[in-house]
Design a protein around this ligand. Structure first.
Ligand SMILES: C[S@@+](CC[C@H](N)C(=O)[O-])C[C@H]1O[C@@H](n2cnc3c(N)ncnc32)[C@H](O)[C@@H]1O
Length: 214
């Protein structure tokens, strides 16, 4: 993603009403923040936020949370979310490595990983969002039976993720190597990256795995 640094982005992100600052204070109380008992689904690495500002309207019965660490990118997601006018959507400006500081054990129901950076070099494998370090965090914040859903254009990242999820004890529920020519295409909501890859005719890899719990 080409990035133009904007010195004012930090301030705008911090002051935006949809940004939850100091998430450690909301930890264990996200449902109070939303004022309802709906399930909590999050997208990790929102990019410019197309998925969330669409899906929050399509599925109002879910509390949606976006996590993104780059403020210029998050600001674009926040601006898009404003237009969507969803009450059930918030954002966290933080690194996914700290996910367990923002969510209590079993607090979340679903995690979406969409077109995460593939980090193709072997020596960078630990940075992939399905590396065991991250999966342990997801296991902690997801309730038993909660889901990790992954979409990617990158076959190596997909195969790596299948291996890591299995090693971490997740149960593979669904998978396809061509999402858009599969039954899962019916209620698929496209992300920014996905639209780009699909318009080039590239297949999209998809999986859904279940958190076994402890
Ligand atoms: C390739 S983009 C995909 C964006 C979007 N999900 C989509 O499908 O269009 C990946 C995004 O994840 C964010 N990201 C990567 N690692 C992260 C981390 N450890 N913590 C927070 N955000 C991260 C990046 O800043 C980037 O915006």
């Amino acid at each position: 993603m080409r990035l133009r640094r904007k010195p004012e982005a930090k301030q705008k992100v911090m002051e935006h009403p949809l940004t939850v600052m100091e998430p450690e204070k909301v930890k264990g109380r996200w449902r109070n923040l939303f004022g309802n008992d709906q399930p909590i689904y999050m997208e990790l690495g929102t990019g410019k936020g197309r998925f969330l500002s669409t899906v929050c309207q399509v599925k109002p019965g879910i509390n949606w949370i976006g996590v993104e660490r780059i403020e210029e990118v998050l600001l674009q997601a926040l601006q898009k979310a404003e237009e969507a006018e969803c009450e059930n959507l918030r954002f966290l400006w933080m690194d996914i490595r700290q996910l367990d500081e923002a969510f209590a054990e079993n607090e979340a129901d679903r995690i979406y990983l969409h077109f995460s950076d593939p980090w193709p070099k072997k020596r960078h494998a630990k940075r992939r969002l399905t590396y065991s370090f991250f999966l342990e965090k997801y296991k902690q914040v997801l309730r038993p039976g909660g889901h990790v859903i992954l979409k990617t254009d990158n076959e190596q990242l997909f195969d790596f993720s299948l291996e890591q999820l299995e090693a971490a004890g997740f149960r593979l529920l669904e998978q396809t190597r061509d999402l858009h020519n599969s039954p899962f295409a019916v209620d698929n909501v496209m992300t920014e990256y996905e639209e780009k890859f699909v318009s080039r005719g590239m297949p999209i890899y998809f999986l859904m795995a279940e958190n076994p719990g402890k």
